[in-house]
Design a protein around this ligand. Structure first.
Ligand code: SF4
Length: 397
């Protein structure tokens, strides 16, 4: 059994490691559903057992996110059984399910009509057939058009919130093509949330091989920054607020589940290769599920979760890394209460070395501007290097 805190509300992530095919840029663990179909029932049964052990009248989930992989590889009945299990002691505030266009259909609508899911996140990535092919996606432009339209009718009928994932800085993609994708998606569906990911070349992927062999060329850092600036600007003109480096929403319809990751609030991840961040008293720890889905389904319950306790310095590093991604940035009082660090004392000399166009510094918060977000990795590194060691845990409030 995992060691779960009893005093903190948790969010729940359920990992569904099945996909129709493997995208060329993807480094996540998943298995092709066609070859692994016979394992889905055993996987669901085991996941349900884990959910039941971790859920109770005093352990309900604030938010739930079913991700993958592609949860649409499973049947609506399989997904419904997981979501009923997770909500059997009470409904969660936000329940998101990821769906890929090629497998999404009206047969999933009972998840919405039964109130098991109130938010859908659809991986569109591009509206251009050639780019989709380059990404190794299993959906064509026609699949995307059909799925977006259908997602919108689910919104109209059941009031669910919609997010669409799009990718930018793709080989052969111009700024105008990326902007046209956004306009087209928004013309088809009433979406209040867009996730916009810049292509990264992960080692060991088909994309890395093609780039290494010079079959494909990716943008350099300056080219990426130029394209991102243009797209971010367009989304602002369309009324979206840029609340996290890769996420935009209207009317404060944030992804509440992901906000908990970025705020470092405890969450539980169940399923093959899922990750958790949890907190006991003032100490933080991770669990990583290390088994492939066959081992996960057949070995002793909870046997594949490895625990890593975080030092105070590691906890601060995580907080800095996550908070600087968001529009709220570092909350100075939280930094002091949780980690015993006074922002203006610890980081003032560093802030003095940053260009004033990169950040906003108020009495309560320190956050990055859009120019700063383009330099996120470098700025985070400079903050992390500034953490004093050793660091003493603050006395409980
Ligand atoms: S659908 Fe998602 S998880 Fe599956 S291979 Fe493609 S990017 Fe990876």
């Amino acid at each position: 059994m995992l060691s779960l805190p009893s005093d903190t509300p948790l969010s729940l992530y359920l990992h569904i490691p099945f996909c129709t095919t493997c995208c060329s840029y993807c480094a996540f663990y998943s298995e092709p559903i066609q070859a692994w179909k016979e394992y889905t029932n055993a996987y669901i049964m085991r996941l349900l057992e884990e959910i039941e052990q971790c859920t109770g009248p005093d352990r309900m989930y604030d938010t739930i996110f079913v991700g993958g992989g592609n949860p649409g590889s499973l049947t609506p009945e399989q997904l419904a059984s997981l979501l009923r299990g997770a909500q059997r002691h009470g409904k969660s505030r936000e329940v998101t399910i990821e769906m890929n266009p090629e497998t999404f259909g009206e047969h999933f609508f009972p998840l919405f009509s039964d109130g098991l899911v109130n938010r859908m996140s659809m991986g569109i990535q591009s509206m251009d057939d050639q780019l989709l092919k380059r990404l190794g996606r299993n959906a064509s432009r026609a699949d995307n058009l059909r799925a977006i339209t259908l997602a919108n009718s689910a919104r109209e009928r059941y009031g669910i919130e919609l997010n669409f994932d799009l990718m930018v800085c793709l080989p052969g993609q111009t700024l105008q093509m990326a902007i046209d994708d956004i306009h087209e998606v928004l013309s088809l569906a009433d979406a209040h949330h867009i996730s916009l990911y810049c292509l990264t070349v992960e080692e060991g992927t088909e994309l890395a091989r093609a780039v290494g062999m010079q079959e494909l060329a990716v943008l350099d850092e300056d080219g990426q920054a130029e394209m991102l600036k243009g797209i971010w600007n367009e989304l602002t003109l369309l009324g979206f607020s840029h609340y996290e480096v890769s996420n935009f929403c209207k009317h404060e319809k944030y992804c509440e589940h992901n906000l908990r990751y970025w705020n470092i609030s405890p969450f539980l991840g169940l399923g093959s290769s899922a990750a958790s961040t949890l907190k006991e008293k003032e100490s933080w720890y991770h669990y990583t599920q290390t088994q492939d889905l066959r081992q996960f389904s057949s070995s002793t319950l909870f046997s594949g979760y490895e625990r890593e306790d975080l030092s105070l310095v590691q906890s601060v590093e995580e907080y800095l890394m996550m908070s600087l991604r968001t529009q709220w940035g570092i909350e100075k009082q939280l930094l002091e209460d949780r980690y015993g660090l006074v922002f203006d004392k610890t980081f003032s000399s560093l802030v003095g070395t940053l260009d004033s166009s990169w950040y906003f510094d108020t009495v309560q918060n320190f956050s990055l501007s859009e120019i700063g977000l383009l330099l996120l990795d470098e700025i985070v590194l400079r903050f992390v290097m500034q953490i004093p060691e050793p660091l003493d845990r603050p006395s409980p409030l």
